[in-house]
Design a binder for this molecule. Structure first.
Ligand SMILES: [Mg+2]
Length: 392
């Protein structure tokens, strides 16, 4: 609750921790997560706490190692500053990290928004301006495997049908990668899923930049055209950053292209759109400089008359989408028929990002408590601590 007009950041703590994910492994020769019976991987995440002289703590759990290495470059600068001056901090840190991708801004900005929500006793979506409180959700699959999970075009079609029966209005294929990369099998999967559920669901495909050539990207795109896919995302090995390649691809396809997940920054997103190199716009509050950065991207998309699709599930994404008209879907990733999502077990309340979290209408709620509206399990995080830093 609001106590004085000028709160001050007194201490910032980052904690690296790990947690296990069962029945999951890596694609053959690749880096992507797939179903693997009896498999188990250890995932690493970070917990961030921004303490203030109000006794209110801004919190966020997520992020990645490059982001937290960048946080180490500027966290001291924030001690003694007003946590409500987000635009000022955003601008200063953007300049300070100008040689890098500025990914470190995300977790800090999200934690500052969490502070603000607790300070004003309001959920973040209310501070942003609420547009909706239920979010239409699509099932976004694991990459394909060769382990008895999503291992064939029919397996994808079966799982899409299962998701449709659960109430999902949309389904996105992440196809095969690494040694399992097979363009013809992906084309067959686009047709199998399209023929099975295409009349009843919006369908998308994200090869996650695995396809080796622009020509392969065109082949898969032509299949998407035939099946009237809703979007086609990050197809090939430019790693998602070539404006020229995607403008050329868009000229040859009817299916809308979705790019900008792998470029960083407001101006870069704007240039991508202005150069006709994407149809849908991607934003992620973790990757794109926080809720502040993601909402700026959402508004430039709105200004161009386009839609923004927020990447990945999470409480910050839910608040952003709740405050955005021009967005179609919340991404429930990663899901599969035989293993659970990789989301960390760090929520004490009823917050959940799993396949069965939707209602029968295929929607998911927006947390309505103050700030992010989630309560983190710091005992679990501390019990699984790998290391950390304190700034004060
Ligand atoms: Mg993607």
């Amino acid at each position: 609750m609001r106590c004085n007009v000028s709160p001050t950041i007194t201490r910032i703590e980052s904690t690296e921790f790990s947690y296990p994910v069962e029945n999951v492994g890596y694609s053959d020769g690749g880096f992507s997560l797939v179903y693997e019976p009896e498999g188990e991987i250890e995932r690493k995440l970070f917990g961030l706490r921004i303490r203030t002289d109000e006794g209110i703590t801004g919190e966020y759990v997520g992020g990645n190692s490059p982001a937290f290495a960048q946080i180490h470059m500027f966290a001291n600068h924030l001690i003694g500053k007003n946590p409500l001056h987000r635009e000022r901090h955003w601008s200063e840190v953007k300049r300070a990290l100008r040689k890098y991708d500025r990914m470190g801004m995300g977790p800090i900005d999200i934690a500052l928004w969490d502070f603000a929500g607790k300070y004003y006793d309001a959920p973040i979506h209310e501070l942003l301006g609420t547009y909706r409180e239920r979010l239409p959700t699509y099932a976004s699959t694991y990459q394909g495997d060769d382990n008895g999970g999503l291992d064939s075009p029919e397996a994808y079609a079966d799982f899409a049908e299962e998701c449709l029966e659960m109430g999902y209005p949309g389904f996105k294929i992440h196809d095969w990668g690494g040694e399992w990369l097979d363009t013809e099998k992906t084309v067959a999967t686009v047709h199998a899923v399209g023929e099975r559920v295409g009349d009843e669901m919006d369908l998308m495909i994200d090869p996650a930049c695995e396809l080796e050539t622009w020509g392969d990207a065109l082949k898969v795109g032509k299949a998407c055209d035939e099946q009237e896919f809703f979007w086609y995302e990050d197809p090939f090995r430019d790693a998602g950053i070539s404006q020229h390649a995607h403008r050329k691809l868009a000229e040859k396809l009817h299916t809308p292209i979705l790019q900008t997940e792998h470029i960083r920054g407001l101006e870069s997103h704007t240039d991508f759109v202005a150069n006709d190199a994407t149809d849908f716009v991607r934003a992620d509050p973790e990757y794109d400089a926080g809720i502040t950065g993601a909402m700026k991207i959402a508004r430039i998309a709105e200004g161009f008359g386009l839609d923004v699709e927020f990447h990945a599930p999470g409480p910050a994404q839910r608040h952003c989408m709740a405050a955005t008209r021009n967005a179609n879907y919340y991404e429930m990733a990663l899901v599969g028929p035989k293993c659970k999502n990789t989301q960390p077990p760090v929520y004490l309340g009823d917050y959940v990002d799993q396949l069965d979290a939707i209602d029968s209408e295929g929607t998911i709620p927006v947390p309505d408590g103050p700030g992010l509206g989630v309560e983190y399990d710091w005992e679990y995080i501390e019990a699984n601590r790998l290391g950390g830093r304190v700034y004060e």
